[in-house]
Write a protein that binds this ligand. Structure first.
Ligand code: MG
Length: 239
C-alpha cells in the first residue's frame, strides 16, 4: 500500500461510518427493541389486542344514545339493530380488524343495500356496503373513506359472505398554532390494499356523531337500517 492511499482510505472509512450513524438516527425505532407479540392464528387476535367483540357479548359497547346496546348476538356474530353501537372506550391511533357480512337476501340498491359503516372517533367513516354488482357513487361504495375517497379497487365478496377490513388509522391532531395536522387511513379489504395512506383532515363525515379534531374518540358502527352482521372485532393501540 502506498503511503498516499492511507489518508483517502481513512476518509472513506470515516465517511461510511458517518453515513451509517445518520441512517440509524433517521430510523425512528432504531434505539428500541421491538416488543414480542404473538400473532393470532388466521382470524384470531394477536396477544396485545383489545378485543371488542369475540362473538359472545356486547360488553365493550353501548348504544350511540348512551343506553344499553340492543343488537342481536347469535352464532358468533352481532347484527345491526336499534341505533348504532359505540365503544365504551375511546381510542387514538389504532390498527383495527373486523369482519362483516351484508345480508344474503339482496334488498334495495345503491346506498340502500347492506349499508353500515365504521366511524373512527365517531367522525370518519370507512363505508360498509354491499358493493357486489351494486353501483353507487365511487366515494360511497364499500371500503371508501365515505364522502372523501373511493377505494383503489372494488374487492367486494358476494352478499352474505364474510368480508374483512384491516385498517390503520391516525387521527388528525390540533397543533399548537391552532391548525389541524391531517391524520391518515390505510385500508385493506379482504386483504387487498384499497386506501393507501389517505389523508384524514379534521372535517367529519356526513352523519358523524362527533366533530372537531381530538386525540381520542369511540369507534362507532353505523345503523343504516340494514341487518349487516359483524364478528371478530379487535384493535391494537398505536400510541
Ligand atoms: Mg354507511
Amino acid at each position: 500500500m502506498k503511503l498516499s492511499t492511507v489518508p483517502s482510505l481513512f476518509v472513506a472509512v470515516v465517511a461510511a461510518a458517518a453515513a451509517m450513524l445518520v441512517a440509524l438516527a433517521a430510523t425512528p425505532s432504531a434505539d428500541r427493541e421491538p416488543p414480542v407479540v404473538t400473532p393470532g392464528t388466521t382470524g384470531s387476535p394477536p396477544s396485545d389486542a383489545v378485543v371488542l367483540f369475540d362473538g359472545k357479548d356486547l360488553s365493550a359497547w353501548k348504544s350511540e344514545d348512551g343506553s344499553e346496546p340492543r343488537w342481536k348476538v347469535a352464532d358468533g356474530f352481532m347484527q345491526v339493530g336499534f341505533k348504532g353501537l359505540m365503544t365504551r372506550q375511546e381510542f387514538g391511533a389504532i390498527q383495527l380488524h373486523l369482519e362483516w357480512a351484508s345480508p344474503a337476501e339482496v334488498k334495495g340498491d345503491g346506498q340502500g343495500r347492506g349499508n353500515s359503516g365504521v366511524y373512527f372517533q365517531g367522525r370518519y367513516e370507512i363505508q360498509v356496503l354491499d358493493s357486489y354488482q351494486n353501483k353507487t357513487y365511487f366515494n360511497g361504495q364499500a371500503a371508501s373513506f365515505y364522502g372523501h375517497n373511493a377505494p383503489l379497487v372494488n374487492a367486494s365478496r358476494k352478499p352474505g359472505e364474510w368480508q374483512s377490513y384491516d385498517i390503520v388509522f391516525h387521527p388528525p391532531t390540533p397543533g399548537a398554532d391552532g391548525k389541524v395536522r391531517p391524520g391518515s387511513f390505510t385500508v385493506f379489504h379482504n386483504g387487498v390494499l384499497v386506501q393507501d395512506h389517505i389523508p384524514v383532515q379534521g372535517d367529519a363525515s356526513v352523519a358523524a356523531k362527533f366533530s372537531g379534531a381530538t386525540p381520542t374518540g369511540p369507534l362507532l358502527l353505523q345503523d343504516h337500517g340494514n341487518p349487516v352482521r359483524y364478528r371478530n372485532i379487535w384493535l391494537r393501540k398505536l400510541d
